[in-house]
Design a protein. Structure first.
Length: 191
């Protein structure tokens, strides 16, 4: 075999190894991005499931409080309006913002409830409040899972050299579910 043929065969083998490596790099990373993207979507679906549960509980809670706290009309209207904004949110950032507003309005409602001892002892209200507390805990767990999935996905699409591939296939970063600035202040109970 001549040295020219041998060099050509070596070059061909090297080219095949490079092409094969590139193929496995592209398909492996692309499939990983798809899996991580679906994990983010699945986690968000679980968050929405729990948010829907809370959304469905609110009218019952508001009606129960209305019977006892007629003069607290502004707080009840605020909760109802915040619930409406949740129902009208179209995308993930809007849903996050609307649900943060609803959480804030609900915390103000629960502060109002502290002023009404008869309401606090009402069995219907207590059941609703327990359901709402349980739902809020579920929401917190699902938010954490969602944020974990977002973090994993965002790291994957931003890490070099996979970020080059993510950019070619237009994988965009996902939005974290962040608490609003008002959540940092504890609600004040005044008697």
């Amino acid at each position: 075999m001549t040295s020219g043929k041998r060099n050509l065969i070596i070059a061909g083998v090297i080219a095949l190894v490079l092409i094969g490596s590139l193929y496995f790099f592209v398909t492996g990373n692309y499939n990983n991005f798809v899996s991580l993207d679906e994990a983010v979507k699945g986690s968000w679906a679980q968050v929405e499931n729990q948010l829907q549960r809370r959304y469905d509980l609110i009218p019952n809670l508001v009606e129960t409080v209305k019977g006892y706290a007629k003069q607290e009309k502004d707080v009840l209207i605020e909760v109802t309006n915040a619930r409406s904004r949740v129902g009208g949110a179209a995308n993930v950032p809007e849903k996050i913002s609307a649900n943060n507003e609803l959480s804030s309005a609900l915390s103000r409602l629960l502060v109002v409830v502290e002023r009404y001892p008869d309401l606090k002892s009402n069995q219907n209200f207590m059941r609703l409040q327990d359901e709402l507390a349980g739902t809020e805990n579920r929401i917190a767990v699902e938010r954490k899972r969602y944020n974990d999935a977002v973090r994993t996905y965002n790291v994957a699409i931003r890490s070099f050299p996979a970020n080059l591939l993510a950019g070619m296939f237009n994988f965009q970063g996902a939005t974290f579910f962040e608490a609003p600035a008002t959540a940092k202040a504890a609600p004040q109970v005044k008697f």
